[in-house]
Design a protein around this ligand. Structure first.
Ligand SMILES: Nc1ncnc2c1ncn2[C@@H]1O[C@H](COP(=O)(O)OP(=O)(O)O)[C@@H](O)[C@H]1O
Ligand SMILES: CC(=O)N[C@@H](CCC(=O)OP(=O)(O)O)C(=O)O
Length: 257
């Protein structure tokens, strides 16, 4: 949809989102932009799994998810975290409406690698028209990344992956990953621009690791003619000023934007 911005809020920064973050959203919403938020909640899930003594392990930034782990992921993401973020938006007079990927069959999913990762899902279809209903009446969908297959089996989808798939399906004009670091860092310095090739090399060299891997991979797979640039920014500080986003800009090739 024209004028649609997909914003992924990482669990790493959900409790620290600055008021300037919400003010930026207010400005964009007032300009008539359609805003869609996808959220994570990795640290909250980790805490709850620990409390319940359920083991958890990451493989290339993805959480290996058992059947009992999946229940916890859904409870934390679609319950606690989703409602916390929606109520925070309303405190800033932003009309958030919380859904998980199960609602409206928003995120159809299939196992990514059942053997290695358990119930981790890959997105096979996004119900874009379900989101369009909310956007038409100026609501801001706030999406917990749980997917479901045709048999009702649910999956834990990495929030970065879900945001990339949703941006693609909505033909979004912008995709912004809001996280706890100013962008992709190399030797402590911000990489302001990176091409697909440079990103691949940084993964290969171990410069990009852990939770940054699904983020840059989702960014690369969302890039298209209608979305020539994806941004990774920090939610701790103002990342939007003078009409410009500050962080890492990921582009297919050099000089696209
Ligand atoms: N090259 C890199 N630049 C910045 N962060 C990186 C890099 N490689 C790994 N990371 C890690 O990725 C983290 C962000 O991913 P993650 O913790 O999953 O955040 P979120 O919850 O926002 O998705 C950073 O806090 C950092 O520890
Ligand atoms: C498969 C997978 O890794 N799912 C993630 C879903 C939450 C998420 O992505 O949260 P962040 O954005 O905070 O990382 C998880 O279980 O942690």
């Amino acid at each position: 949809m024209e004028g649609t911005i997909v914003i992924k809020c990482g669990g790493s920064v959900l409790n620290e989102l600055s008021s300037s973050f919400f003010q930026s959203l207010q400005a964009l919403h007032a300009q008539g932009k359609n805003i869609v938020i996808v959220h994570g909640g990795g640290p909250e899930i980790g805490q709850m799994l620990k409390q319940l003594a359920i083991e958890s392990e990451f493989v290339n930034g993805l959480r290996k998810t058992t059947k009992e782990g999946l229940d916890v992921v859904e409870m934390v993401l679609a319950g606690k975290v989703n409602k916390q973020l929606v109520s925070l938006l309303w405190q800033y007079h932003l009309p958030g409406v919380g859904v998980s990927g199960v609602d409206g069959r928003l995120l159809e999913a299939a196992p990514l690698d059942l053997e290695r990762l358990g119930y981790v899902g890959t997105v096979t279809r996004v119900n874009a028209s379900f989101l369009a209903h909310f956007l038409r009446v100026r609501y801001i969908p706030v999406i917990a990344p749980i997917g479901c297959d045709q048999n009702g089996q649910k999956y834990n989808i990495n929030a970065d992956t879900a945001a990339g798939a949703i941006a693609k399906a909505l033909r979004a004009q912008q995709l912004i990953f809001v996280t706890d670091v100013p962008g992709v860092l190399h030797n402590g310095s911000l990489v302001e621009y990176a091409t697909a090739e440079e990103i691949e090399k940084m993964i290969e060299d171990g410069i990009i690791s852990g939770g940054m891997i699904p983020k840059v991979k989702a960014a690369l797979s969302a890039l298209s003619d209608s979305l020539p640039e994806v941004m990774i920014v920090s939610g701790k500080h103002s990342f939007y000023s003078e009409g410009k986003l500050h962080g890492t800009s990921i582009q297919k090739e050099a000089g696209v934007c």
